[in-house]
Design a protein around this ligand. Structure first.
Ligand code: AMP
Length: 417
């Protein structure tokens, strides 16, 4: 079922949202992007004449109630966003009566799902090496099903709009779907957009396809790099990862960040790229610093001839031009991870140049997807958010999807996606 085809009139919808918003010590929300992200779905259901049961996690309470992570704090914000009073269920597993009493247009917010260990379904207080662990895991699996069934019993239909947790097989993100038939479970509008965005870079590729992978470590990006080698025409590798590749090829990298245990992997990736006809592009020049600090002394040097005691902090001007060529001629663009230590303004130029090139390519008709906290932060800082095709809201979920892993939250609703 799709949300556009479902008529919510007279129905109660239980919606998994991602209201895991940051709150300060006074319980004030510091960024309500996630609440705003869910609004199209919630408004569609209310406008159709449905009632809403909203469920989410907040933070990592590890299966125990924690007042600091109570969703009660965000009740006024949700109420303002939906322009109506919102009821609160202080115990998400004991909300049947409140759910049953809901009328058309009414909204009930359940307390943080992760106050129950059943939500994540991991046995608590027992180590994986403990001989009793397997039995505890089985017991928890069964408890998780019961918990999901309880949540399902509150509603006529289930909507998952929490892309941020789509890579988790939790009670509210995946298991609950087993208790609804095909016609009464669906992705929310935000989820649909995210899934479509991933489709555009993995399957509906318009060529040339240039992916830009930055960030600090090869080891955390290896799954993505490997999958992308089967998809892209050009793979730009930048950020701290550069120096592992440069060292593997015999270059001098000074004190730049490097994963020595990944040197052979880097060579393997270079070999695979060649074999698959993918152009793997590395920075030719680097801005180096004599300290990891904003006020360090800097100079520009070739990426493979960094002087001793200097470290690579950002791509140099020649690399910005080199990368711009591959980005601005592309029809499909994916960007994850900064080109340098962009948190320090002095070393943000490379990431900024990439962001501008992506905006330019998008204006010329390319499809561009930006994902991962740092690249999103960079696009936002430059006020270019409305000049790229799509900015993903789900860090880990997006990365797993790009690795080619099925997302349990999506598969539970539509196994073909
Ligand atoms: P990741 O979490 O792996 O996506 O990496 C993001 C982090 O990589 C950011 O905090 C950047 O500051 C860092 N980074 C990017 N380039 C470099 C570099 N040349 N040296 C050290 N850290 C870097």
């Amino acid at each position: 079922m799709t949300i556009s085809n479902y008529h919510f009139h007279g129905k109660k919808a239980i919606v998994r949202v991602d209201f895991n918003v940051p709150v300060d010590e006074n319980g004030q929300i510091t960024d309500d992007t996630r609440i705003r992200g869910a609004l199209p779905t919630l408004q569609k259901i209310l406008n159709d004449g449905g009632a809403l049961i909203l469920m989410s996690h907040m933070g990592k309470p590890k299966g125990k109630p924690s007042p600091k992570l109570s969703l009660k704090q965000i009740l006024p914000a949700v109420s303002r966003a939906l322009d109506r009073p919102v009821l609160f269920a202080p115990d998400c597993a004991k909300a049947k009566e409140q759910a049953d009493a809901l009328k058309e247009g009414e909204v009930l917010l359940l307390e943080n799902l992760r106050f129950y260990p059943e939500e994540e379904g991991k046995p608590v207080g027992i180590d994986k090496t403990d001989p009793a662990y397997e039995d505890a895991k089985k017991a928890m699996n069964s408890a998780q099903k019961t918990f999901a069934q309880t949540l399902a019993s509150y509603a006529d239909c289930y909507v998952n709009d929490a892309f941020g947790t789509a890579h988790r097989k939790h009670a509210s993100t995946a298991v609950i779907a087993d208790y609804f038939d095909e016609d009464s479970k669906m992705l929310g509008l935000l989820m649909e957009k995210e899934v479509q965005a991933v489709e555009n870079v993995l399957n509906n590729i318009r060529r040339p396809f240039t992916a830009i992978m930055g960030g600090s470590k090869v080891s955390t990006k290896i799954g993505i790099i490997t999958n992308l080698l089967n998809k892209v025409d050009n793979l730009i590798i930048c950020g701290g990862m550069t120096y592992t590749f440069v060292k593997a090829m015999g270059g001098k990298i000074g004190t730049s960040i490097c994963e020595d245990e990944q040197l052979s992997l880097a060579l393997e990736i270079l070999g695979q790229a060649k074999q698959k006809g993918v152009r793997l592009v590395l920075a030719t020049d680097t801005i180096v610093a004599d300290r990891f600090a904003e006020d360090a002394n800097t100079q520009i040097c070739p990426s493979n001839a960094i002087p001793d005691n200097w470290m690579g902090m950002d791509i140099g001007p020649d690399s910005c031009l080199l990368f711009a060529g591959y980005i601005e001629s592309a029809q499909t663009i994916l960007w994850n991870g900064p080109a340098g230590v962009f948190e320090m303004d002095k070393f943000a130029r490379g990431s900024e140049a990439i962001a501008h090139s992506i905006a330019k390519a998008t204006a010329n008709g390319a499809y561009s997807l930006i994902g991962g906290g740092d690249s999103v932060a960079c696009i936002n800082k430059l006020h270019l958010a409305d000049q790229v095709s799509y900015i993903s809201t789900g860090g880990g979920a997006l990365l797993e999807a790009i690795e080619g892993k099925p997302l349990p939250g999506v598969a539970a609703i539509n196994s073909k996606l």
